[in-house]
Design a protein around this ligand. Sequence first.
Ligand SMILES: [Mg+2]
Length: 163
Amino acid sequence: MFRFLRPDAQARSLADVSIDALCEGQTLGVIVDLDNTLVGYRQDCLPADHQTWLEHARSRGLRLVLLSNNFPERVGTVAQAAGIACVASALKPLPGAFRRALALLETPAARTVVIGDQLFTDVLGAKLCGMRTILTEPLVEHDFATTRVLRFFERLVMPERRT
Ligand SMILES: [Mg+2]
């Protein structure tokens, strides 16, 4: 069970994920989480360094999709601003929406990386679908009530994590 909760790498934020390393690792597609990974909890505005990261990734040929458990209105707003496709109401870690995201990307799971800030949604779901994962630190300390519960268990599984 624990191997499904072990990210392949960690980064402080999306902007710190090395696009060179992704490309060198034969990555073709990237699935990005929304809340507290791409934008802060309850924030609509994309940080400038994340917009730059998305543009850089796209210029290197990486395919991108936003995957979020949040509602379609919020996810669609941010995805439109970011200029990328999205899958909302994902029910992560269940595999269904990860598979929909893969279908949008048209990339094989083995060459797709999931980047997100939660072990029990982003990392677990990615691992269940055979994808690599990069765990980021949450952008802000605020979280949904359900996420705050999961954070407690994250600290049990990964006590070395700083959050
Ligand atoms: Mg998140």
